[in-house]
Structures are given as structure tokens and as C-alpha cells.
Design a protein around this ligand. Structure first.
Ligand code: ADP
Ligand code: PAZ
Ligand code: K
Length: 259
């Protein structure tokens, strides 16, 4: 079985792929101090809790935080006796090479999203990924990642307001019924929610116009469903898109003898 690890700047997610479906998805906060033994304790507790009998033979990692990869490598090596495939490293093959400025290191999450989106939709897709950052990943007709947009993430924006303005509390993100807030919390919620709706709509439209061909817009990441309510921003929402992309990249490496 394949263990897929998607490590973002906020959360690290483990998913076990049995070749047909994901058996479980485990989430922990991203901390570079976490050791191989700590990962294993956490992992085995939850796998047992879910009643899963997982025989992990392969591991693939996407990490937007370079520092955590060392301990994840040790974890993989020590407990599964296997060398992980790390997306973005030279020895990890990609189904299609990205087309970006020379010397650009594309985030591995974006490479995984591109592989996942191409496999499911066949290209000409924009992936909107709500992580620590809100990323737009443009996937061309041949499956290549060809660029996109990086905007501050929803929680980062909320946190920045709270940090930077003495009188503004930390608030939870929800969809307000009205745009005009009549108290501080409602005003902030409106600014974040409707601000992001505008950002997603505006950027998607501009990407479409610049790209010049019809494109699908796929939402992913924990907050995608919140923004999907009502406004028709996305053609589909796929929570497991990055993980799916990891299975696609892993299969490609197997087929092409890189493993
Ligand atoms: N379903 C959700 N509801 C509310 N907040 C969420 C949800 N899913 C994720 N978040 C928040 O969104 C932010 C980004 O989450 P995540 O997608 O895990 O980011 P990353 O991949 O960059 O680590 C985090 O602050 C997380 O707490
Ligand atoms: C923009 C990101 C920080 C988003 O990652 P996140 O932590 O939100 O999962 C990540 O994609 C990244 O580090 N990218 C490198 C630069 C680039 O892709 O152009
Ligand atoms: K992510």
C-alpha cells in the first residue's frame, strides 16, 4: 500500500491508498521539530483506531516546508523500510514537466494538483487550493503546470487583521448573510468572506481571459466548500485532489522504473 503525505505550512496530512481508494486520512499540525518516532506513535494510534490493517510498501511526500522532509524520511526509512519519493526532487519523475521561468522551484503541492487535475479532467483547468496560501494553479491542455497566482490564505488574512489592529478580535470564518456588518465581528467576517468571493471570481475570470480557452475551475482545500455555497465559483470541489495527484505521480514513477 502507498502512504501519501501532503505537508503544508499549516497541516500535514497522511492518506493510505490501497490502489483503489483512500482507506483513511490523518491530519496533524506541521512542526519541523516532530521526530520520526513521534510521527510513528501518532500514525499507529490512529490507524489502529480506524481498524485498518495497512501494509505500507511505498511512500510519497509533497512538502511545502523543506525542513520537515528530513524527519519524514527517517520515519519512512525506519518504520516502513522504504525510501520515500519526494515530489520536486530530481529523482522524482513528473508525468509532464512544468513550463515556468527557468530556475523557478514550483511548489510540490502545485505539481501534485496539476497531476491530479489532469488525470481527472484532462487539462485546461484552474485549481484553486485553499491552504495557508490561496493558490491558483493553471494546468494546460497537455497536463503541464504553467503558472498561476499566490494570494494570502483565508486564515492568514484573518490572523493579520487581528495581529495588526489592536481593537480587532480573532474571528472564525463563516458566510455572513449580509454584506453590511452591524458589529465588529460581522464586519470582519464580511470583509474576509465577500473579499475572498471577489478574489476568486476576479482572478478566475482574468485567468480565463488571459488563457483564451474554456477552462474548468476546481476547488480544493479545507475551506473550498465554504466558498462554494451559492456563487457558482467552482465546477467541482475535490478535497482529495492533491492526494490523488500524489498517487498519479507515484504510479508514473513505478511505470517508468524510477522506483
Ligand atoms: N474545514 C475547515 N474549516 C475551517 N478552517 C479550515 C478547514 N480546513 C482547513 N482550515 C484552515 O485553513 C488553513 C489552511 O489549512 P490547510 O489546507 O491544512 O493548509 P496547508 O495545506 O497550507 O497546511 C489552516 O489554518 C486550517 O486551520
Ligand atoms: C505557495 C505555497 C506556500 C502554498 O503552500 P501551502 O502551505 O498553502 O500548502 C507553496 O505552493 C509554495 O511554497 N510554493 C513555492 C513557490 C511556487 O510554487 O511558485
Ligand atoms: K496544501
Amino acid at each position: 500500500m502507498l502512504l501519501c503525505i501532503d505537508c503544508g505550512n499549516t497541516n500535514t496530512v497522511f492518506s493510505i491508498w490501497d490502489g483503489t481508494r483512500f482507506l483513511c486520512t490523518l491530519r496533524t499540525s506541521t512542526e519541523h521539530q516532530r521526530t520520526a518516532d513521534q510521527y510513528f506513535t501518532w500514525y499507529t494510534t490512529l490507524v489502529r483506531h480506524h481498524g485498518i490493517d495497512a501494509d505500507i510498501t511505498d511512500v510519497i511526500i509533497s512538502s511545502t516546508v523543506p525542513r520537515v522532509v528530513f524527519n519524514l524520511r527517517v520515519f519512512t526509512d525506519r518504520y516502513f523500510n522504504t525510501r520515500p519519493l519526494v515530489v520536486g526532487r530530481p529523482d522524482c519523475l513528473l508525468p509532464v514537466a512544468p513550463r515556468v521561468d527557468p530556475g523557478t522551484a514550483v511548489g510540490p503541492d502545485r505539481l501534485a494538483n496539476a497531476a491530479g487535475a489532469f488525470d481527472r479532467h484532462g487539462g485546461d483547468v484552474v485549481v484553486v487550493d485553499f491552504g495557508t496560501a490561496t493558490n491558483f494553479d493553471v494546468v494546460a491542455g497537455d497536463g503541464a503546470y504553467v503558472g498561476g497566482v499566490i494570494a494570502p490564505g483565508v486564515n492568514l488574512s484573518l490572523e493579520a487583521l487581528h495581529q495588526g489592529a489592536a481593537a480587532l478580535p480573532h474571528v472564525d470564518i463563516t458566510k455572513p448573510d449580509r454584506v453590511i456588518g452591524t458589529n465588529t465581528v460581522a464586519c470582519i467576517q464580511s470583509g474576509i468572506f465577500w473579499g475572498y468571493i471577489g478574489l476568486i471570481q476576479g482572478i478566475s475570470e482574468r485567468i480565463r481571459a488571459e488563457y483564451g480557452k474554456p477552462m474548468k475551475v476546481v476547488g480544493t482545500g479545507g475551506l473550498a466548500p465554504l466558498f462554494a455555497t451559492g456563487d457558482g465559483l467552482f465546477d467541482t470541489i475535490e478535497d482529495d485532489l492533491t492526494m490523488h495527484g500524489l498517487t498519479v505521480i507515484h504510479a508514473y514513477n513505478k511505470e517508468n522504473g524510477a522506483l
